[in-house]
Design a protein around this ligand. Sequence first.
Ligand code: C2E
Ligand code: MG
Ligand code: MG
Ligand code: MG
Length: 281
Amino acid sequence: RTKFKGGNGYSFFDPKQQTLLEIKTELESEIIRAIEGDEFCAHFQPQVDVNGKVSGAEALIRWNHPTKGLVPPYQFIPLAEQFGLIQKLQNIVLRDICLLLKELSKHAIIPPNYRIAINMAQNQFNSPTLKNELISILNEYQVSPHQIMLEITESMLSKDLSYTVQQMHELKAQGFTFSIDDFGTGYSCLSTLHAYPVDELKIDKSFIDNIENVQTGLPIVETIINLAKNLNISVMAEGVETEKQFSILKEKKTDGIQGYLVAKPMPAEDYITWHQGVTNS
Ligand code: C2E
Ligand code: MG
Ligand code: MG
Ligand code: MG
Protein backbone atom coordinates (compact mmCIF):
# COMPACT_ATOMS: atom_id res chain seq x y z
CA ARG A 1 0.00 0.00 0.00
CA THR A 2 2.76 2.38 0.90
CA LYS A 3 4.93 3.73 -1.87
CA PHE A 4 8.59 4.23 -1.08
CA LYS A 5 10.45 6.89 -2.97
CA GLY A 6 13.48 5.63 -4.81
CA GLY A 7 16.95 7.15 -4.83
CA ASN A 8 17.96 9.78 -2.33
CA GLY A 9 14.58 11.50 -2.04
CA TYR A 10 13.89 13.15 1.30
CA SER A 11 10.52 11.56 1.86
CA PHE A 12 9.81 7.94 2.40
CA PHE A 13 6.34 8.06 1.00
CA ASP A 14 4.65 9.44 -2.06
CA PRO A 15 2.96 12.58 -0.74
CA LYS A 16 0.40 12.68 -3.55
CA GLN A 17 -1.30 9.51 -2.39
CA GLN A 18 -1.78 10.39 1.27
CA THR A 19 -2.57 13.27 3.57
CA LEU A 20 0.30 14.71 5.59
CA LEU A 21 -1.18 13.33 8.77
CA GLU A 22 -1.34 9.83 7.30
CA ILE A 23 2.28 10.08 6.15
CA LYS A 24 3.42 11.25 9.59
CA THR A 25 1.52 8.53 11.37
CA GLU A 26 3.02 5.88 9.10
CA LEU A 27 6.53 7.24 9.48
CA GLU A 28 6.13 7.30 13.22
CA SER A 29 5.04 3.68 13.34
CA GLU A 30 7.82 2.82 10.87
CA ILE A 31 10.41 4.27 13.26
CA ILE A 32 8.82 2.56 16.26
CA ARG A 33 8.80 -0.73 14.33
CA ALA A 34 12.46 -0.20 13.45
CA ILE A 35 13.40 0.47 17.07
CA GLU A 36 11.67 -2.74 18.13
CA GLY A 37 13.25 -4.61 15.21
CA ASP A 38 16.74 -3.47 16.29
CA GLU A 39 17.39 -1.71 12.96
CA PHE A 40 19.26 1.26 14.46
CA CYS A 41 22.89 1.18 15.49
CA ALA A 42 25.87 3.46 15.88
CA HIS A 43 28.79 3.63 13.49
CA PHE A 44 32.09 5.08 14.69
CA GLN A 45 34.43 7.55 13.06
CA PRO A 46 37.95 7.92 14.50
CA GLN A 47 39.37 11.18 15.81
CA VAL A 48 43.15 11.63 15.90
CA ASP A 49 45.59 14.28 17.06
CA VAL A 50 47.88 16.05 14.58
CA ASN A 51 50.52 13.35 15.10
CA GLY A 52 48.02 10.71 14.01
CA LYS A 53 47.47 9.27 17.49
CA VAL A 54 43.90 8.13 18.10
CA SER A 55 42.16 10.31 20.69
CA GLY A 56 38.56 9.20 20.35
CA ALA A 57 35.68 8.60 18.00
CA GLU A 58 32.29 10.03 17.13
CA ALA A 59 29.24 7.81 17.28
CA LEU A 60 26.90 8.37 14.31
CA ILE A 61 23.51 6.73 14.15
CA ARG A 62 22.55 4.51 11.21
CA TRP A 63 19.23 2.96 10.24
CA ASN A 64 19.65 -0.38 8.59
CA HIS A 65 16.34 -0.52 6.78
CA PRO A 66 15.24 -3.94 5.45
CA THR A 67 14.36 -2.60 1.99
CA LYS A 68 16.04 0.82 1.78
CA GLY A 69 19.45 -0.19 3.10
CA LEU A 70 21.41 2.30 5.20
CA VAL A 71 19.27 5.39 5.75
CA PRO A 72 21.31 8.51 6.61
CA PRO A 73 20.48 10.41 9.82
CA TYR A 74 19.16 13.57 8.16
CA GLN A 75 16.24 11.52 6.81
CA PHE A 76 14.97 10.47 10.23
CA ILE A 77 16.58 12.43 13.10
CA PRO A 78 14.36 15.53 12.63
CA LEU A 79 11.29 13.27 12.44
CA ALA A 80 12.30 11.30 15.51
CA GLU A 81 12.62 14.63 17.34
CA GLN A 82 9.13 15.65 16.23
CA PHE A 83 7.64 12.34 17.27
CA GLY A 84 9.30 12.42 20.68
CA LEU A 85 11.34 9.32 19.81
CA ILE A 86 14.80 10.88 19.88
CA GLN A 87 15.57 9.79 23.44
CA LYS A 88 14.93 6.16 22.46
CA LEU A 89 17.38 6.50 19.55
CA GLN A 90 19.99 8.21 21.70
CA ASN A 91 19.76 5.40 24.23
CA ILE A 92 20.55 2.92 21.46
CA VAL A 93 23.57 4.99 20.44
CA LEU A 94 24.77 5.33 24.03
CA ARG A 95 24.42 1.58 24.61
CA ASP A 96 26.43 0.91 21.42
CA ILE A 97 29.12 3.29 22.72
CA CYS A 98 29.23 1.41 26.04
CA LEU A 99 29.48 -1.95 24.26
CA LEU A 100 32.31 -0.62 22.09
CA LEU A 101 34.22 0.70 25.11
CA LYS A 102 33.80 -2.69 26.83
CA GLU A 103 35.12 -4.51 23.77
CA LEU A 104 38.01 -2.09 23.35
CA SER A 105 39.02 -2.52 26.97
CA LYS A 106 39.20 -6.29 26.40
CA HIS A 107 40.97 -6.32 23.05
CA ALA A 108 42.81 -3.06 22.52
CA ILE A 109 44.76 -0.25 24.08
CA ILE A 110 42.62 2.67 25.16
CA PRO A 111 44.77 5.83 25.21
CA PRO A 112 44.48 8.17 28.21
CA ASN A 113 41.72 10.77 27.75
CA TYR A 114 40.16 8.64 25.00
CA ARG A 115 36.55 9.74 24.49
CA ILE A 116 33.59 8.83 22.35
CA ALA A 117 31.38 11.70 21.24
CA ILE A 118 27.60 11.49 21.00
CA ASN A 119 25.41 14.02 19.19
CA MET A 120 22.72 15.62 21.32
CA ALA A 121 19.36 16.71 19.96
CA GLN A 122 17.87 20.03 20.94
CA ASN A 123 14.80 18.94 22.91
CA GLN A 124 16.72 16.13 24.51
CA PHE A 125 19.39 18.48 25.80
CA ASN A 126 16.76 20.66 27.44
CA SER A 127 15.23 17.71 29.28
CA PRO A 128 15.58 17.85 33.08
CA THR A 129 15.88 14.05 33.17
CA LEU A 130 18.84 13.92 30.74
CA LYS A 131 21.54 13.55 33.40
CA ASN A 132 19.84 10.65 35.17
CA GLU A 133 19.10 8.86 31.91
CA LEU A 134 22.69 9.11 30.73
CA ILE A 135 24.08 8.07 34.10
CA SER A 136 21.77 5.08 34.49
CA ILE A 137 22.81 3.62 31.12
CA LEU A 138 26.51 4.21 31.81
CA ASN A 139 26.12 2.56 35.21
CA GLU A 140 24.58 -0.53 33.59
CA TYR A 141 27.82 -1.00 31.63
CA GLN A 142 30.15 0.47 34.26
CA VAL A 143 31.37 3.09 31.83
CA SER A 144 32.67 6.40 33.21
CA PRO A 145 31.21 9.71 31.98
CA HIS A 146 34.86 10.77 31.51
CA GLN A 147 34.83 8.60 28.40
CA ILE A 148 31.84 10.41 26.88
CA MET A 149 31.87 13.75 25.07
CA LEU A 150 28.50 15.41 24.46
CA GLU A 151 28.22 17.25 21.15
CA ILE A 152 25.84 20.16 21.25
CA THR A 153 25.19 22.90 18.70
CA GLU A 154 25.26 26.66 18.89
CA SER A 155 21.47 26.83 18.73
CA MET A 156 21.28 24.92 22.02
CA LEU A 157 23.43 27.60 23.63
CA SER A 158 21.33 30.47 22.39
CA LYS A 159 18.21 29.48 24.32
CA ASP A 160 18.11 30.04 28.09
CA LEU A 161 21.64 30.90 29.22
CA SER A 162 21.31 30.28 32.95
CA TYR A 163 19.42 27.00 32.53
CA THR A 164 21.85 25.71 29.91
CA VAL A 165 24.91 26.70 31.93
CA GLN A 166 23.50 24.93 34.97
CA GLN A 167 22.63 21.81 32.96
CA MET A 168 26.16 21.74 31.54
CA HIS A 169 27.80 22.23 34.94
CA GLU A 170 25.80 19.36 36.41
CA LEU A 171 26.85 17.08 33.57
CA LYS A 172 30.46 18.21 33.83
CA ALA A 173 30.42 17.50 37.55
CA GLN A 174 29.69 13.87 36.58
CA GLY A 175 32.70 13.84 34.25
CA PHE A 176 31.11 14.47 30.85
CA THR A 177 32.87 16.85 28.46
CA PHE A 178 31.32 19.15 25.85
CA SER A 179 32.03 19.90 22.23
CA ILE A 180 30.25 22.50 20.10
CA ASP A 181 29.50 20.78 16.80
CA ASP A 182 29.37 22.55 13.42
CA PHE A 183 30.97 25.57 15.06
CA GLY A 184 30.68 28.73 12.99
CA THR A 185 27.49 27.78 11.15
CA GLY A 186 25.07 28.83 13.91
CA TYR A 187 24.66 32.11 15.65
CA SER A 188 26.72 31.82 18.80
CA CYS A 189 26.90 34.92 20.82
CA LEU A 190 30.66 35.31 21.14
CA SER A 191 30.27 37.55 24.17
CA THR A 192 28.63 34.74 26.17
CA LEU A 193 30.61 31.78 24.82
CA HIS A 194 33.00 31.95 27.78
CA ALA A 195 30.06 31.48 30.17
CA TYR A 196 29.52 27.91 28.99
CA PRO A 197 31.78 25.14 30.29
CA VAL A 198 32.86 23.99 26.82
CA ASP A 199 35.88 21.72 26.26
CA GLU A 200 36.10 21.72 22.47
CA LEU A 201 35.04 23.63 19.37
CA LYS A 202 34.46 21.54 16.30
CA ILE A 203 35.10 23.51 13.11
CA ASP A 204 32.39 22.78 10.57
CA LYS A 205 33.30 20.88 7.42
CA SER A 206 32.20 23.78 5.19
CA PHE A 207 35.15 25.84 6.49
CA ILE A 208 37.58 22.96 6.07
CA ASP A 209 36.37 22.49 2.47
CA ASN A 210 37.37 26.09 1.81
CA ILE A 211 40.58 26.19 3.86
CA GLU A 212 42.90 26.44 0.85
CA ASN A 213 41.37 29.74 -0.14
CA VAL A 214 43.68 32.20 1.63
CA GLN A 215 41.25 35.09 1.20
CA THR A 216 37.90 33.62 2.14
CA GLY A 217 38.57 30.27 3.80
CA LEU A 218 41.77 30.22 5.80
CA PRO A 219 41.10 33.41 7.84
CA ILE A 220 37.88 31.93 9.21
CA VAL A 221 39.55 28.71 10.27
CA GLU A 222 42.40 30.69 11.87
CA THR A 223 39.89 32.87 13.70
CA ILE A 224 38.10 29.85 15.17
CA ILE A 225 41.42 28.27 16.19
CA ASN A 226 42.52 31.50 17.88
CA LEU A 227 39.17 31.86 19.59
CA ALA A 228 39.50 28.36 21.02
CA LYS A 229 43.08 29.03 22.18
CA ASN A 230 42.03 32.30 23.82
CA LEU A 231 39.22 30.53 25.64
CA ASN A 232 41.65 27.76 26.59
CA ILE A 233 39.66 25.00 24.92
CA SER A 234 40.69 22.51 22.29
CA VAL A 235 39.76 22.61 18.64
CA MET A 236 38.78 19.75 16.32
CA ALA A 237 38.43 19.93 12.55
CA GLU A 238 35.68 17.82 10.98
CA GLY A 239 35.34 16.61 7.42
CA VAL A 240 39.08 16.60 6.69
CA GLU A 241 39.51 14.85 3.35
CA THR A 242 42.94 15.77 1.99
CA GLU A 243 46.59 15.79 3.07
CA LYS A 244 46.75 19.46 2.12
CA GLN A 245 43.90 20.37 4.49
CA PHE A 246 45.54 18.28 7.19
CA SER A 247 48.92 19.98 6.83
CA ILE A 248 47.38 23.46 7.01
CA LEU A 249 45.40 22.49 10.11
CA LYS A 250 48.54 21.06 11.70
CA GLU A 251 50.53 24.18 10.92
CA LYS A 252 47.76 26.36 12.40
CA LYS A 253 47.85 24.22 15.57
CA THR A 254 44.49 22.47 15.43
CA ASP A 255 44.37 19.84 18.18
CA GLY A 256 42.25 17.15 16.54
CA ILE A 257 41.21 15.84 13.14
CA GLN A 258 38.20 13.84 11.99
CA GLY A 259 37.37 13.02 8.40
CA TYR A 260 37.55 10.61 5.49
CA LEU A 261 41.32 11.24 5.27
CA VAL A 262 41.65 9.31 8.54
CA ALA A 263 38.68 6.97 8.11
CA LYS A 264 34.98 6.91 7.29
CA PRO A 265 32.43 6.04 9.98
CA MET A 266 32.47 2.25 10.46
CA PRO A 267 30.41 -0.44 12.21
CA ALA A 268 31.74 -1.23 15.69
CA GLU A 269 33.54 -4.43 14.63
CA ASP A 270 35.42 -2.62 11.87
CA TYR A 271 36.24 0.25 14.20
CA ILE A 272 37.77 -2.18 16.70
CA THR A 273 39.97 -3.68 13.98
CA TRP A 274 41.01 -0.19 12.83
CA HIS A 275 41.70 0.90 16.41
CA GLN A 276 43.80 -2.19 17.13
CA GLY A 277 45.78 -1.56 13.96
CA VAL A 278 46.79 1.95 14.96
CA THR A 279 47.31 1.45 18.70
CA ASN A 280 49.16 -1.86 18.65
CA SER A 281 51.82 -0.74 16.20
P1 C2E B 1 27.74 15.77 12.46
O1 C2E B 1 27.57 15.45 13.89
O2 C2E B 1 28.33 17.08 12.12
O3 C2E B 1 28.57 14.55 11.88
C1 C2E B 1 29.51 14.66 10.86
C2 C2E B 1 28.96 14.15 9.54
O4 C2E B 1 29.93 14.34 8.53
C3 C2E B 1 28.64 12.67 9.54
O5 C2E B 1 27.55 12.48 8.66
C4 C2E B 1 29.91 12.06 8.94
O6 C2E B 1 29.71 10.80 8.35
C5 C2E B 1 30.26 13.11 7.91
N1 C2E B 1 31.69 13.16 7.59
C6 C2E B 1 32.74 12.96 8.43
N2 C2E B 1 33.92 13.13 7.78
C7 C2E B 1 33.60 13.44 6.51
C8 C2E B 1 34.40 13.74 5.34
O7 C2E B 1 35.63 13.76 5.37
N3 C2E B 1 33.72 14.02 4.19
C9 C2E B 1 32.35 14.01 4.13
N4 C2E B 1 31.78 14.30 2.96
N5 C2E B 1 31.58 13.75 5.22
C10 C2E B 1 32.19 13.47 6.39
P2 C2E B 1 26.29 11.58 9.08
O8 C2E B 1 26.77 10.37 9.82
O9 C2E B 1 25.45 11.40 7.88
O10 C2E B 1 25.54 12.48 10.12
C11 C2E B 1 24.94 13.69 9.74
C12 C2E B 1 24.41 14.44 10.94
O11 C2E B 1 23.33 13.75 11.55
C13 C2E B 1 25.45 14.62 12.03
O12 C2E B 1 26.31 15.69 11.71
C14 C2E B 1 24.54 14.91 13.21
O13 C2E B 1 24.11 16.26 13.21
C15 C2E B 1 23.34 14.02 12.93
N6 C2E B 1 23.48 12.78 13.71
C16 C2E B 1 24.20 11.67 13.44
N7 C2E B 1 24.09 10.76 14.43
C17 C2E B 1 23.28 11.32 15.36
C18 C2E B 1 22.78 10.89 16.64
O14 C2E B 1 23.08 9.79 17.15
N8 C2E B 1 21.96 11.76 17.29
C19 C2E B 1 21.62 12.98 16.79
N9 C2E B 1 20.82 13.77 17.53
N10 C2E B 1 22.08 13.43 15.61
C20 C2E B 1 22.89 12.61 14.90
MG1 MG C 1 21.79 -2.60 18.19
MG1 MG D 1 28.66 15.60 15.48
MG1 MG E 1 29.38 18.48 12.60
